[in-house]
Each structure stands twice: as structure tokens, then as C-alpha cells.
Ligand binder design. Sequence first.
Ligand code: SF4
Length: 433
Amino acid sequence: MTTEITDALCPFCGCNCDDITVVVDNNRITGVKHACRVGTAKIMGHHRIETPMMRADKKSEFKKVSYDEAIEGAARMLAMSKRPLLYGWASALCEVHKKGILLAEEMGAIIDNTATVCHGPSTLAVHEKGLPSSTLGQIKNRADVVVFWGSNPVHAHPRHMGRYSVFTKGFFQEKGRRGRKVIVVDVRKTETASMADEFVQVQQGSDYLVISAMRAILSGHADVVPDSAGGVQKEQLVKLVDTLKGAKFCGIFFGMGLTQSISRYKNIDNAISLTTELNSFTKCVIMPMRGHYNVAGFGQVCSWETGFATAVDFARGAPYYNPGETAANDLLMRKETDAAMIIAGDAGAHFPADSVRHLAKIPVVQIDPYWNATTEVSNIVIPVAVCGIEVEGTAYRMDGVSLRYRKMIEPTLSTDVEVLERITERVKELRGV
Ligand code: SF4
């Protein structure tokens, strides 16, 4: 029997589009409407791991095993570890995060999420400065000036401009694109920059300098700004500041071009200060372009469970947090961790080479619906149902709005929650707790 699920949510990027129609035929997804190409590919399914697998060492071939064997192997591996790392979480629902934090606490492990290689610096900046932000709905209804700084939504968040920020019509923005001025600040002319009204090209690693020059101009000290700052002519910077000041409602979206370039969290700190100062002249908000659909959710769950958003070390018996010391790559680069569990994130594809080299040397268990680069450095692979498609639960959109995902089809594999619960119980038994 064919059914259509309407107003479904896409579990791929931080836009968390909630207008998707999914066609289901005999517990199989046969069609997806309204989603972008990447969202459609995720919902239709690809590269699924069909069965749990184990191998004695990383050079041998995987052998298919039962869930019981894989979970026993994973529990033993983690229980024997002196410095376990639990990493990933961004493509899983908040209910999974809760179970993961419990496991980390039981083992005295370090738990970290994919923000460590994307918006982790934003979290540090928010600690220092707060975040003058809004919902995406406010941007849609009010923003007449939109800035994308170090982000390329045409590729990374394909429906962002259409649904929330640029092309869509809003309550106070009836003209849609014609009523909005779009500015892109980046080191190269991206696809998003090609569609913008103004492109500001900064020199690689000079964002901090450019923001500082803008703040000086905004505060009436244009005289101290040289003819060119960070590769941008002073004339263009003055015009840019005038545009922002003259906006009725300005929305600044920033991406990894700002968080992962030189000065990292200080770039965000400076951009938040610029936003705050612009509020003396107009209404201005700033928002990180979160990548995975629930990377923001891990920050929420981890904060309310431990007091910290990410990179939490339970080795002392109480949560301890010090990025630079307790983040996943700090641990791997120091070759400190002796076992890792990678779940709902692909460390193998996104970590620096030295970190991946260390992962290739230590026991690794992967919990994921998909075969990816992390599979290649794993000893035990436990496939799970896809959160947001085969499992219901909660996720947080990039603007911090929580959304409830419904199940589209029945799962044929165990869920993350079931696997984590079983591993936790067995780890407790093995540790004699
Ligand atoms: S923009 Fe993001 S959330 Fe929306 S359909 Fe595409 S991948 Fe899914």
C-alpha cells in the first residue's frame, strides 16, 4: 500500500526542513518531494551497512557477526580501555545523546561531538560574549540585509536561502529577494557570492582584521583604518558598514570559513561584538550555519546533563571541560586515548591525518547506519536504524528551535538507543559496577 507522509523533517543539514513529503510503499521509501538533492539522497538511503561486522586486526577482512557478538566485543573493548573516547553524535537524535553521555559517565570517558571540527570555536566565543541571535522565522519575516560570512549555503545548506533568508517572502518582507540586500564575505568567489548583491573578498586568515576595521568605522574612528585592511579597500568597508547600519533588520550567518581560519574563536568573538554594536543603530542578529541536522542538539543535551556543551572528560568522576586539552583531536594527537567509539559522525573523513593515524592503531567501534571512512579504521561495526527516518525523536535546528522527528518507516535494524543501552549494561557488568 502506498502512503504519503507530509510535513516530514529532513535529517541531513542544520536547516532541518519541515515541509518534506515522503512516499512510502510497503515499508520502503519510494519517493521524496520538496527536499534538496542531498536531503533526498539521505532519505532515500544509500551505502547502508546491513549487518554487524568484526575483524581481529585492521588488516583483515570484516566477518559478519550477530548483534550479540558485536555488542559483547564493543563492551569488552570499552571496559578494558583506560582512556576511552566517545565521539560523533551529530547525525543522531537527542535521545541517543542522552544515552551516550550516560555511557561516558559510567566509564569515566571523554565525550566529544563533531562541533570540534566545525563550530566548537563558536561555543567558546558564545561563552565570552553571548549570542545576539534570533529564529530563522524572524530572519524570513524581517531581514532586509543578509550577510553570509565564510559560508556557502548554495552547497552546504541548499534550501537555506529559499526557505529562510533570501528568496522567501516574509510578513514584513513581501518582496522576497527584491526586498533584501545580500552580502557575501569570503576568501573566494563562491556560488553564493555569485548570487549576492555585494561580494567582499578578504585575504585568507584576515577576517579578524576586517571585522576590527569595521568596528572602528562603526564607532566613528574610520581615520585609524588604513587604505586597505585584510585585502579589502577602506572605501568598500565604509560602504559595507553603512549598509549594515542602514538595515531595518540585519542577519549575519557565519560558517567554517570564520570558525576554522586563523584566530578561530576570536573571529566569532569579534563578529559577535560587531553585531552587538550594530544594535546601537539597528536590529542585527548573528547565527552559526550548523552543519549536521542535530549537531546543535548535542550541545543542548550535553549542557543540561553535564554543564558543558562538548569535549567533556569524566575521568575525574565529575564533568571536566577544557577544549585544547579535552577535545577529541587533542586526545588523539597526544596519542592518549587507547580505544574509541565513533557514532553518528565520520572522524575518519574529517579529522587531521595524525588523529586518523592514531585511530588506525587503537581499537575502534563504529555505530552508524552508513559505510564511511571511519569503517576503514574500525574493528567492530554495528549498523543501526537511521534516526529521523526509522526512529522518532528530537533534534535542534541551527537557530536552537527543537523539532520532533516522526518515524517514516519501521526499522529493520537495532536503534542507537538499544545498542547503547546494551553496551552500557554490559560495561557495568564487566567493570563490576
Ligand atoms: S536544505 Fe538541508 S534540511 Fe533542507 S532538504 Fe536540503 S539537506 Fe535537508
